[in-house]
Design a protein around this ligand. Structure first.
Ligand code: CDP
Length: 246
């Protein structure tokens, strides 16, 4: 946010990477990338590279964290020490990663059918290999696919994306440089089936009108993100079917 030597982020209606204000970065998702996980997904979202892995359900340990009524979700979001120049050489949890782990866990507590697994824990790991702005959104989007691939029942497969503001312009899916110099950033996660909002964070200020514009961009791009999530799952099952039919 803010800062000196602000580059011109929008010129003739185009952003530095050539995108229009409401355009997503390219997104690719691959399912089944970790053998030992019950479900996993790798996402490339612009220059973000992130792996999500799901483990469990298994007995929640230590025992005192167990909920006799339902499963609990443990979530760890983490950035690899080589994932960005800023993070270089640093490992271990910090304030930011603890916050992102918490909000991500809360997203999935709303869609995973936890009551089906009393006393259990479901572990969700999100590892950022390369970060370039919007890693929490990309991580949630990948984790949703990993959970779907795990077969753990969910009421819906959420997606996440952020929108924000540079100068007077509302833009979708901020990359790192846009994030650094933006006037606002609003990551959102949505359950597409119900339209329920599962995450809403805001860094900076947006007017009511700007929030409306941002939400319209988010919902429109959501259809595309959901399509990519489903395609990734479908192509994984087609691969498995092919193997069986051989
Ligand atoms: O990644 P996201 O936009 O969800 O979170 P952020 O806190 O707004 O961070 C924006 C970007 O700054 C990240 O995506 C990373 O590229 C970078 N960053 C970093 O490299 N090292 C950190 N410790 C924090 C952020």
């Amino acid at each position: 946010m803010g800062g000196s030597n602000k580059p011109e982020l929008i010129k003739d209606g185009k952003r530095l990477d050539g995108r229009s204000p409401d355009q997503l970065r390219p997104i690719k998702i691959e399912v089944g990338v970790i053998k030992n996980a019950v479900g996993s997904a790798y996402i490339e979202w612009g220059n973000n590279k992130i792996i999500a892995g799901v483990y469990g359900p298994k007995e929640a340990l230590p025992k005192h964290i167990q909920d006799p009524e339902k499963a609990i979700i443990k979530c760890r979001y983490s950035m690899a020490p080589f994932s960005s120049l800023e993070e270089h050489g640093r490992t271990g949890p910090n304030r930011r990663s603890t916050e992102i782990s918490k909000v991500t866990k809360e997203v999935f507590e709303n869609v995973v059918q936890l009551e089906k697994f009393p006393g259990a824990e479901i572990d969700l790991y999100i590892e950022v290999l390369q970060g370039d702005g919007g890693t929490r959104a990309a991580g949630i989007t990948a984790a949703a696919v990993a959970l779907a691939a795990s077969g753990i029942p969910m009421t819906d497969m959420p997606y996440s994306v952020s929108a924000g503001k540079v100068g007077d312009a509302v833009i979708l899916d901020l990359n790192k440089i846009e994030d650094n110099f933006s006037d606002a950033d609003m990551p959102v996660a949505i359950s597409p089936r119900t339209g329920e909002m599962l995450l809403l964070q805001m860094d900076g200020n947006l007017t009511k009108q700007e929030i409306n514009t941002a939400m319209q961009m988010i919902l429109k791009s959501g259809a595309e993100i959901s399509r990519i999530q489903k395609e990734a799952l479908k192509s994984q099952y087609e691969k498995i079917l092919e193997k069986y039919n051989k």
